[in-house]
Design a protein around this ligand. Structure first.
Ligand code: GDP
Length: 418
């Protein structure tokens, strides 16, 4: 069968039409594919949260960069951000002011060393019991006496005092002949007391006096020492000791060198109702000390305690500054005590510190801290010899009332179990 020419023409047109449609579909598909893949690369990060933030909005990623992964932590709103210098929110009717803790009544100071004697257990074992065991041997030959010497040196008694003690003990043991344990204990007690000294005035001088302008001036105590020895803690504990003894105290936070020291001191003061005078951080320590005494005079306080900056004894400039603090305070009148705080665990290093401080200020008393954590109770002897100044207080723990007036008899009894 043959087709008519009109069918032939129609068939040809249809072929062209189908071809045109196919081309058009392929072209559209190709264009939309390109756009989608391009969009994928340019996808923007999720929109920022609707609440206002202070963090900078995420930067628009450049074409071809990976989009920023969303932060996992929630963003803080402006209200939540701590603005520099912002005050704590004032108490409102809904949020009552935090309760002021009641003022503590520290325990009395008399007999504290006796109560805390167990804290000396390490020194007791090394020094007291060690010596008693050695001296109880039947034959006290040269080797034994050498061991006695070693025991004393290990406990930081110091070379010269050790030799003195051994010489005296040797002599007295020879005279004694046979030795009962009680006799030995008595002998050792006497000799250790002889080394430590029972005559020195170990009271902390805090009596008020007459100021530079004829007014009544509180007792002024400066507390000095290297950072970390327990200076600020000791100043706080001493405030408690004085309050326990019925005195009113003003604290001077002249350790402007260590950021947290003023807060630390203020907390100690608040616990016993003592006001703390402080200055700007890294401010002039001498002016804070001056203001503290001025405040003490204005308030008719009994005692002003000044915590000074922990001076690195190797830095001459800083040590000079300590001398300046004292001179500036003395414009109000005499400083009654300069207490040097030494960490008993630092041994010879503590003695070096003592020497350097004594060159800058007249030390009138020593506070030995951390005697609870050491077997080196003999440092009491060594440091007194070094400075020719008595140990007046000892720190026997981190507790608020673990600072005790130093009593030689109670100390020796604690060492040898008397
Ligand atoms: P500062 O830098 O000299 O003012 O030292 P701090 O007063 O801040 O004390 C340093 C650390 O020593 C603190 O952790 C105190 O609790 C601790 N400390 C102070 N005195 C004594 C003490 O007598 N015994 C013990 N075990 N720790 C003490």
């Amino acid at each position: 069968m043959t087709r008519s020419p009109s069918w032939l023409i129609l068939g040809g047109v249809m072929e062209y039409l189908i071809l045109a449609v196919v081309i058009a579909v392929v072209a559209v598909a190709a264009i939309s594919g390109l756009v989608i893949s391009g969009r994928k690369k340019k996808r923007l990060p999720p929109p920022p949260p609707s609440s206002p933030t202070v963090t900078a909005p995420p930067a628009e990623p450049h074409v071809g960069e990976e989009a920023e992964t969303p932060r996992e932590e929630p963003r803080r709103t402006i209200e939540e951000v701590d603005l520099p210098g912002a005050e704590a929110p004032a108490a409102t009717a809904e949020a009552p002011a935090p309760e002021v803790p009641p003022i503590e009544v520290p325990e009395p100071t008399a007999g504290r060393l006796v109560r805390l004697r167990a804290r000396l257990s390490r020194s007791q074992t090394t020094l007291g019991k060690g010596l008693l065991t050695l001296l109880s041997r039947e034959h006290l030959d040269d080797d034994t006496w050498e061991e006695v010497e070693d025991t004393l040196l290990t406990a930081d008694v110091g070379v010269a005092p050790t030799q003195e003690l051994v010489e005296r003990l040797r002599e007295r043991v020879k005279v004694l002949g046979t030795r009962t344990p009680d006799e030995l204990r008595g002998l050792l007690r006497e000799e250790l007391l002889h080394l430590i000294g029972t005559e020195a005035d170990r009271s902390v001088h805090t009596e008020s006096g007459v100021g530079a302008n004829g007014e009544e001036k509180p007792g002024v105590v400066m507390v000095v020492g290297v950072n970390g020895t327990g200076k600020t803690t000791t100043t706080g504990k001493l405030a408690r000791v004085l309050v326990a003894d019925g005195k009113s105290v003003v604290l001077g936070a002249a350790d402007t060198f260590r950021a947290a020291a003023a807060d630390q001191l203020q907390t100690w003061g608040e616990r016993v109702g003592a006001r703390t005078v402080r200055g700007p951080e890294a401010g002039d320590p001498a002016s804070v000390a001056f203001d503290a005494v001025k405040e003490g005079i204005a308030e008719s306080a009994d005692v002003v305690l000044i915590d000074t900056a922990g001076r690195l004894h190797t830095k001459t400039g800083l040590m000079d500054e300590l001398g300046k603090v004292k001179r500036v305070v003395e414009k109000h009148g005499a400083v009654d005590e300069v207490l040097l705080v030494l960490d008993a665990t630092t041994g010879q290093n503590g003695l070096v510190q003592a020497r350097v401080f004594a060159e800058v200020v007249d030390i009138t008393g020593i506070v030995l801290t951390k005697l609870d954590g050491t077997a080196k109770g003999g440092i009491v002897v060594a440091v007194q010899r070094e400075l020719n100044v008595p140990v007046k207080l000892v720190g026997l723990g981190e507790g608020a009332d673990d600072l005790a007036p130093f009593e030689p008899e109670a100390f020796v009894d604690a060492l040898i179990g008397g």
